[in-house]
Design a binder for this molecule. Structure first.
Ligand code: ADP
Length: 177
């Protein structure tokens, strides 16, 4: 029991977050370089509930978090109702959009569906604290950063699984007792 308790206190956000070391990278969107088609491909190829938006793949600086369902609805609506939105339209999550060359397809501005301050913790945050934050703030997910760069994500289910592993109990009874 003692060994287990010690382990609980030592588990850090980086031990629970996804992706794991051997997994493919986190699926992110960039703020001003992806087309409607690019984003639709990501929506179709993954099942995640949401996607972090970053300044660029190189920088991995976090801009915000967008829910899958909001993306799906917004793109569907834009394709139906918005003049000039096609597969090659560039999606902008930025505040300001650059002037487009005359013949290029209309841009799709989606800043409105972006959560601009998603909850984040650093990779060294003890899981004890992460669990507490999830409980107190009722989070669905939390992003993990290192030196200001996005590293990973922890969802509520990841936290529940972690708690269940630690306590070997029914996860739901613990987070919401
Ligand atoms: P849930 O954890 O409720 O099933 P998701 O379907 O969003 O929610 O996530 C499934 C798993 O994938 C979780 O372990 C989560 O940490 C991870 N995950 C969530 N979003 C992403 C993402 N954008 N890129 C990579 N992994 C993700």
């Amino acid at each position: 029991l003692e060994a287990k308790e010690e382990f609980t206190h030592k588990t850090l956000a980086m031990d629970v977050m996804r992706p794991r070391r051997s997994d493919p990278a986190l699926t992110v969107l960039t703020q001003d370089t992806m087309t409607v088609e690019d984003v639709e491909a990501i929506i179709n190829e993954t099942t995640y509930s949401g996607y972090p938006v970053v300044v660029s793949r190189e920088s991995q600086r976090l801009v915000g978090f967008v829910l899958r369902r909001d993306l799906v609805i917004s793109i569907e609506n834009a394709r139906k109702k918005q003049e000039g939105i096609v597969s090659s339209s560039v999606i902008y999550f930025t505040d300001h959009c650059p002037p487009l060359p005359p013949c290029s397809p209309s841009m799709l501005k989606l800043r409105g569906i972006l959560d601009l301050s998603p909850f984040t913790v650093t990779d060294q945050t003890p899981m004890e604290i992460v669990v507490d934050i999830f409980r107190k703030l009722g989070l669905r997910q939390c992003l993990v950063t290192h030196n200001g760069k996005l590293l990973g994500i922890i969802t509520k289910k990841d936290v529940l699984k972690h708690i269940a592993q630690m306590a070997n109990q029914d996860p739901d009874s613990i987070l919401f007792n």
